[in-house]
Write a protein that binds this ligand. Sequence first.
Ligand SMILES: [Ca+2]
Ligand SMILES: [Ca+2]
Length: 453
Amino acid sequence: MDRTSRIALPIAACAGLAALALSAAVQAQTPVWEENFNGASIDGNTWTYDVGTGCQIGICGWGNSELQYYTSRPENARVENGNLVIEARRENFEGSPFTSARLKTEGRVHFKYGTLEARIRTPQAGNGLWPAYWMLGAIGVWPDRGEIDIMEIGHVDGIAAGMANRRVGGAVHWNYGGGHASHGDFADFPTNLHDDYRTYRMTWDPQFIRVTVDGLQYFEMAISDIEGASLHEFHQPHFLLLNLAVGGTYTGITDPNAITAPLPGRMLVDWIRLYQDHPDSELQIGGDSAVPAGRFGVYSEQGGLAGALDFGSDADLFVWNNLAPINAAPFEGNEAMAFRAGAGQWFGLGILTDYRNMSAYAGGALKFHMRTTTSSTFKIGINTSFGDSWVDFAAGGPDYGLVRDGQWHQVTVPFSAFYELDLHAVKQMFMVVADPPAQDVELVVDNVYYESP
Ligand SMILES: [Ca+2]
Ligand SMILES: [Ca+2]
């Protein structure tokens, strides 16, 4: 799903056309991992989002000319009646004609080998919706990381064959001699896939990856014949993805007006269960450990912190533009960020660290002390895996406690005031940026910390 080219290499060991599978042995085991979507909301310890159009990471349309903007809003992704609901909508949003969502377990749930079952009700796909349930390798860069497309519906060939709502495909992508290789198969289900929930079962062991829907096998790939480094991709941990794309090369539709599938379209996921019995199986849950709740010092010398950045070791303060240091007394301790920005040029700074899991701070706030007299507009930001998110400080707007009188004031910005913040993966913990001010600006900032609820 990551790129447009789909090179079908002849794989001698492939079974070829899909065939009815022999009934699989009944699984009497206990799942080693399961997600039942029984909570009130999507569990951030298991799921995170890909947000936007992909342009922010250099693959506009997510590499497939997809038409939607992915958000983490409940309009597009939520838990309802024990199901994960991913909803594609026709609405103009940030320059895109549709919205939808793409969830993944990256950094949270990774596994190698096992039987993965999921009960999913896909939306009516034809024409133009592209529900997908798939995996990406947790190690390396695509295609060398590997990709396993467990279920995809809505392919252009299925549309051409009048099978848009019955054809389901599986595929794998890997690195072959420095290029991208793939192998895909499909089957036509006896009835419309969207008429009911279907159970998708992937069995993945050191020899084969196979996928069935309600017992009908539609994909098989032999992965045991590793020549050189090829196919190593399928012997490494992967993470899960679920998304509902609108248009794109898979569907052959890139004109918003040609999307005729009923909208909003919803993909419902009742549960996902992983069973493992192979001795070489792996399961990694939790990813990076979360920073404990309390107060986390971003740029603070106060006592009693749950943790703090260590400048010079695991954090750096970067002046991006037009900020000259000035002498100013700190609010606390020995140091403060004190700068003058000259008129007529944009200014900015950021505090960069390794990704921190600040999920325990959800519902809390960014706090800092600031001293300034400027009437200019500036922005305070945080960068997470979703990208930059900014809160405006404009004269006459919300001040979050800031008074521009040259005295110290504590500023409290609830994390909820930031748009699209992934507190599970924070990269720039504090940023300041502004358009060119009309006059010189002096800013002194100190005692920056995150506070949990
Ligand atoms: Ca459920
Ligand atoms: Ca200080």
